[in-house]
Design a protein around this ligand. Structure first.
Ligand code: ATP
Length: 234
């Protein structure tokens, strides 16, 4: 579903991501962990077409993000680390805007908005301008918009930040259901307990280089993910 080959991205002289290779298959929840400044956001933004990269290739469903950017974007949803949505829109207007872009039918959008807004308990707030939302409410709206158009791949940067425990639990269930239905998820997190419980596979990045990747068993064996991570970070 997602194939990253030799991804290299520099900011001036600084190499933020260095020859990174990763393959994510349908059905997989893939966690991406690393210290602050390790290169996670740079990698995710390269995948979703926000950042140009210096070397390498990224394929989504077999299509190159460089050669077929629109086709690739039609297959994915992206939740950035900071849900900076359009403050002047109401929540419902924003969701309809996203549904318009992805050509979701009137019946489908109505059903999905109703379902997810109810689950996240923000139905009443959808009529309010996004400027009046808390960080967690914006995050919930961003999550609903990602699930609205039934993408094949969801990319999320620190999706659990700002969510209350109930919403975090719901998101984990939604992620599992999405991948059990043939989707794939690639997400960054600093919460190692979440990664350990939720992910099928995990990749650890350090100073722009991938230093460990594989199934949870391959990466951590009998140890805790936290112990392995702290050991690798030394
Ligand atoms: N726009 C930019 N200009 C210059 N350097 C940048 C820019 N964005 C990121 N960097 C640098 O690239 C490196 C990787 O940053 P990135 O944001 O990808 O890390 P991260 O793993 O997402 O970190 P965090 O966990 O803190 O979000 C860091 O050294 C950072 O300082």
């Amino acid at each position: 579903m997602l194939r990253i080959e030799h991804l290299t991205k520099k900011y001036g002289d600084k190499t933020a991501v260095d020859d990174l290779n990763l393959h994510i298959q349908k059905g997989e929840i893939y966690g991406f962990i690393g210290h602050n400044g390790a290169g996670k956001t740079t990698t995710l933004k390269s995948v979703v077409g926000i950042l140009q990269f210096d070397r390498g290739e990224i394929y989504i469903g077999g299509e190159s993000v460089k050669e077929q950017p629109l086709k690739c974007k039609s297959k994915i949803a992206y939740i950035p680390d900071n849900p900076d949505l359009y403050d002047y829109m109401t929540g419902i207007k924003y969701l309809n805007f996203i549904a318009d872009i992805f050509k979701v039918s009137a019946a489908d959008r109505k059903e999905r908005i109703h379902k997810y807004a109810d689950l996240f308990e923000i139905t009443d707030e959808l009529a309010q301008p996004i400027a009046a939302y808390s960080h967690g409410m914006k995050q919930k709206l961003a999550i609903i918009s990602a699930w609205l158009h039934e993408p094949e791949l969801i990319i999320m940067d620190e999706p659990f930040v700002g969510l209350d425990p109930k919403a975090s639990h719901l998101l984990k269930e939604m992620m599992r259901a999405f991948c059990d239905n043939g989707g794939a998820i690639f997400f960054s997190t600093h919460v190692l307990e979440v990664a350990e419980k939720l992910c099928d596979k995990v990749a650890i990045i350090k100073g722009g280089k991938l230093i460990r990747q594989g199934t949870m068993d391959e990466v951590k064996g009998d140890e805790s993910l936290e112990d392995v991570f702290l050991e690798l970070e030394k």
